[in-house]
Write a protein that binds this ligand. Structure first.
Ligand SMILES: Nc1nc2c(ncn2[C@@H]2O[C@H](COP(=O)(O)OP(=O)(O)O)[C@@H](O)[C@H]2O)c(=O)[nH]1
Ligand SMILES: [Mg+2]
Length: 467
């Protein structure tokens, strides 16, 4: 009883929920996209299958990684900031080579790190070459690759933050990566300088007017000062007989605070971190699936939309009763959306459906406006002129033909808009809906408490949803 109400066990339950929802989301995606490919009307689409192989692999790989439950922590930063030294200090052994020369670390390397405690979280520490060590596209590629696979980034700096470092930090923030800023080599600074540096780091980001919320880029939770491989000190040794010598001594690394922070963080939100990163990967893969599918089905979709457009225009032009236009038109739009969704083999979730409904209402609103507009203009409107035309008045007939053509135009245009809107929503909205990665991402972030590192990502997400 006692145990189940402790904060940690509540958190454990929450983390389990996040973990399980994420697995369900990935499973759903895998079954959708590996089965829906085999569509009845397009039984052997070898081209599409081949195009999506990569994304399906990513989804499978991500699910596997999630099941293994290993948290990946990557050290990131410019050359010689002490990334390798920080990893060594955390491991408590000099496993990785460090050194003052440029480019000691050539390739990303990962080392297993087993953290003790009840949780027994498995961690993989990843050391990377400096962001400025490899040139051009290769560097960007490496950075993207490592960052996308890491669940947590240790961004190592030493001394003033350079422009490149600032930009890299901003980028990681934008891509919603959980970050700890590790300020290394504090042994080189006297106490009061350290305080000044710390305060400066807290101010980071608040100065630029581009930031809408003028919110600091980092919270105190996200900054740690360490000395991973302190410089040797010359110490004065006084012997009892009065003899004095000077000896070089290597002070022990100071990384306990960082270790503690990582430890707390992993216990508090390690599984949520894993879940979230898996969801980001899944979201990208699914967005890419949608994009590729739409591109490959483009011409078929255009044909379909155009057929519906003509069909609807015809129905509206022929049908003499105003209200039926609207109803018939709406039904036609819905049929169009269903046909499109079938053609693409993409799931049509409630989220897109809701947004599309609004489009359709506006489209049929256009019809109503057409109805009202022509009534005012011709005094009668189509329904009235239909009645008049049964009396065989030549004038009435002309009026009917005129409004009918105008309304058919509006109706047809509406269908066209709806068709294209449907494509956009199928493309962008496929990650929403129940158990869609975007939905689960939002669920998880909404539940995070203020003392967690994931809480910080909420704001970023909120901003992205606004735009
Ligand atoms: N004074 C001092 N030097 C450090 C510290 N950590 C690393 N260094 C030195 O900085 C240099 C670069 O370290 P390294 O780990 O190879 O940097 P990396 O390129 O970021 O991996 C090495 O000569 C280290 O001895 C530290 O905490 N204090
Ligand atoms: Mg290195």
């Amino acid at each position: 009883m006692n145990q189940s109400s402790s904060p940690q066990s509540t958190r454990n339950q929450q983390q389990d929920t996040h973990f399980n929802r994420t697995r369900a989301s990935l499973r759903q995606a895998l079954s959708w996209y590996s089965n829906l490919r085999r569509h009845r009307n397009h039984p052997s689409d070898v081209e599409l299958q081949a195009a999506l192989r990569n994304e399906l692999e990513v989804l499978k790989f991500t699910l596997d990684k999630l099941d293994q439950g290993v948290v990946r922590i990557a050290a990131f930063g410019l050359v010689s900031r002490g990334k390798s030294a920080v990893v060594n200090a955390l491991l408590g052994q000099k496993i990785l080579e460090t050194g003052p020369l440029h480019g000691v670390t050539q390739w990303p390397r990962s080392v297993r790190w087993t953290l003790g405690g009840e949780g027994k979280v498995q961690v993989e520490l990843i050391d990377t070459p400096g962001l400025d060590e490899i040139q051009g596209e290769a560097r960007a590629q490496m950075a993207r690759q490592v960052a996308s696979q890491a669940d947590l980034i240790l961004f190592v700096v030493a001394g003033d933050i350079t422009r490149t470092e600032y930009q890299a930090l901003c980028k990681l923030r934008k891509s919603q990566k959980p970050i700890i800023l590790v300020f290394n080599k504090i042994d080189l600074y006297p106490e009061q300088d350290r305080d000044a540096i710390y305060r400066q780091l807290l101010q980071l980001g608040t100065g630029s007017s581009r930031d809408r919320h003028l919110q600091a880029m980092l919270s105190p939770e996200e900054i740690v000062m360490v000395a991973a491989e302190p410089a040797r000190l010359q110490v004065r040794v006084e012997f009892p007989d009065g003899k004095v010598t000077y000896e070089w001594e290597t002070p022990p690394p100071q990384v306990d605070e960082l270790k503690q922070k990582i430890f707390t963080l992993l216990n508090r939100e390690g599984r949520s971190l894993l879940a979230l990163n898996a969801l980001f990967q899944a979201r990208n893969a699914q967005a890419s699936i949608a994009q590729k599918t739409l591109a490959l089905r483009q011409s078929e979709a255009e044909d379909l939309i155009w057929r519906f457009t003509k069909y609807k225009a015809l129905v509206v032009a022929v049908n003499p009763i105003g209200l039926l236009d609207t109803v018939g038109g709406t039904v036609a739009d819905l049929l169009l959306i269903r046909s499109l969704s079938r053609l693409y083999g993409l799931p049509m979730t409630g989220y897109e459906a809701g947004k599309l409904w609004r489009k359709i209402l506006i489209s049929s609103g256009g019809l109503l406006l057409g109805e009202l507009g022509s009534s005012a203009l011709l005094g009668l409107g189509k329904s009235a002129s239909a009645v008049a035309s049964t009396v065989d008045s030549v004038g009435g007939l002309t009026a009917y033909a005129g409004t009918a053509v105008a309304q058919a135009g509006i109706a047809g245009y509406g269908s066209y808009t709806v068709g294209h809107a449907a494509r956009v929503y199928l493309e962008q909205g496929c990650t929403w809906g129940p158990l869609g990665p975007s939905t689960v991402i939002q669920e998880i972030l909404n539940q995070m408490e203020p003392d967690t590192i994931l809480y910080r990502l909420r704001q970023e997400l909120g901003q992205q949803l606004d735009t």
